[in-house]
Design a protein around this ligand. Sequence first.
Ligand code: FPP
Ligand code: MG
Length: 348
Amino acid sequence: MTTPAAEKMTSKQSIQAYYQPVLPYLDTVREKLLNIVPPESQLLAEALHHSLGTGGKLLRPVVCLLACGATGKIKDSHLETSAISEMIHIATLLHDDVLDDADLRRGKVTVRSLWGNPVSILSGDYLLAQASRKLAQVGSIRIVSIYSDVLADLCDGEVEQIRASYNLDALDWDSYYRKTICKTATLFSAGCEAAGVLNDLPEEHVQKLKQFGKNFGIAFQIVDDLLDYTSNEADMGKPVFDDLKNGLVNAPVLLALKSDQALNDTEKTEFKQVIRRFFDVDATSKNEATELVQSIQMYLGKARAIEETQALAESFITKALNAIDFLPNTPEKEALIGLGRFVIERKT
Ligand code: FPP
Ligand code: MG
């Protein structure tokens, strides 16, 4: 299904390679982000400027714009919609850093760390207000409805994550997928669905674009889960094993504890005990933490959980790419395919 041109693109290292067809529009999207209605408060303005300028990859706007370009000509409403996706994304991060007590984001100091939790939350709220304003300007009830669902999903997913965290006795793939779709996939699927709607595609094709975004987003999150175990702090801009330390029992651990042959029942019980000790270990007990990390790696290795997680991510990318088979061959479609491959091969 992957065309030779897309194969060639995947061999490139940087994600920017797949941005090419929409590169001329990204400066406009950045401008739209920076030109939101400025607040009266100087402090809020500084916090917003900090959060909007911390060098995000703009992956959500890019996927939205590629879907727009793959199905028609790029119009201002597409640029507005892709900017809305990023504004909502940044708003969630401003809130998420408060929930996670995070001092670093993308290797840079967070708004909460510089100005405190209330300013971080209110900056996020301000961005949501500006995103609502832009949504009204796009002038489509369906687009408003799509993004209202996104906001509801994001809250739903975050609360589902809180409910399931630090809980090894109720391991549940339904909960994991629900959380993943709501927290991560929703903005990708919304951007792709919106592209189809704004280009007046038949409903069947709108739904296929939505499926692309959803499966792309699930794969993206699964690889994110994986990188928490396989990457390093310098590349990720945050500590590794951070998810597990924060009680998130994500794909590699779920797969290791599910695998029928690899770990026997005694090993699974021991593995859970190690994870519980890791949840509780004091950050200052460096030696104990290192020992527990090594032990967790041993169990994951025995269960081949890293390989299985990679295969799981690949299966979702295959679903995503199958969903856009209907698109005519264009540079935008090639870039969507290339991005899909990149997302599962990325190392950061
Ligand atoms: C990052 O998660 C956070 C999200 C993808 C969504 C967070 C959602 C909320 C805080 C609730 C809804 C908020 C709004 C503004 C509607 P992570 O902690 O797993 O990833 P990270 O490593 O990037 O912090
Ligand atoms: Mg976080």
